[in-house]
Ligand binder design. Structure first.
Ligand code: GTP
Ligand code: MG
Length: 221
């Protein structure tokens, strides 16, 4: 079994619960390209945000153990709508388009970046946002803008360093420390940083456990 990061031993009781939640049904249920066609608010929503190509859709697949539930691509700009997945009838996971550079027209990126910010600041059923950051690159100004939006709206969020299989361990350690420092003054941010790899499976049980813990806190678990 993967070891829990030393910073967050409280996740331990939720590892098995998280595993079970994600071992159940996982279905695509809705795509929205504007605030006017979001699904009705029924379940708790948990969203993945991050720059284009950071690995949001791959993480949806890794968590659910499915290769093609969310469509991925090596070209930035693959996901162009808010995609909602029903996870075991417990909550809705929202895979968002990426912000920052994408290999599509600027106007498109501007439109969906606006949609991302609007959704993040205005959705009552949104319980947590995982802000994905490439472990090789760290937090960039476009990420800071999203953290600002989340902070102002008082939406709880946690940073996830993705593609942790890519950097060498010493660089990863430095990146974690640097990222912790960058979010230290942000009240809506979880102090712990999660580290994941959709490729190796690193951190996936812990992320499932974090979600299970949130659902139990919300009375939805
Ligand atoms: P957009 O929808 O375009 O915003 O991208 P995304 O954030 O959904 O990224 P996606 O999951 O499509 O992955 C982008 C690229 O990164 C793909 O080529 C993936 O194979 C690769 N990738 C995703 N996760 C990992 C990982 O954990 N490790 C490595 N090495 N590559 C990854
Ligand atoms: Mg995507």
């Amino acid at each position: 079994m993967t070891e829990t990061s030393p910073q967050d031993q409280d996740l331990d009781p939720f590892l098995e619960i998280g595993r079970k939640i994600f071992a159940g049904e996982a279905d695509f249920i809705w795509a929205a390209n504007s605030l006017n066609n979001l699904p009705p608010m029924s379940k708790v929503e948990i969203a993945f945000a991050g720059r284009s190509n950071v690995g949001k859709s791959s993480l949806v697949n890794a968590l659910t153990g499915r290769n093609t539930l969310a469509r991925t691509s090596h070209t930035p700009g693959r996901t162009q709508q808010l995609n909602f997945f029903n996870i075991n009838n417990r909550f809705h996971l929202v895979d968002m388009p990426g912000y920052g550079y994408a290999a599509v027209e600027k106007q498109k990126v501007q439109a969906w970046t606006q949609l991302i910010h609007d959704y993040l600041r205005g959705r009552a059923s949104l319980a947590r946002v995982y802000v994905l950051v490439d472990a090789r690159h760290g937090i960039k100004p476009v990420d800071e803008a999203v953290l600002e939006t989340l902070g102002t709206a008082a939406v709880s969020y946690q940073i996830v360093l993705t593609k942790a299989d890519e950097p060498k361990q010493s660089d990863l350690d430095k990146r974690i420390a640097e990222t912790q420092q960058k979010i230290a003054k942000r009240a809506a941010a979880f102090p712990e940083i999660l580290t994941t790899s959709s490729r190796s499976g690193l951190g996936i049980p812990e992320l499932r456990a974090g979600i299970a813990r949130l659902l139990s806190e919300r009375g939805a678990g």
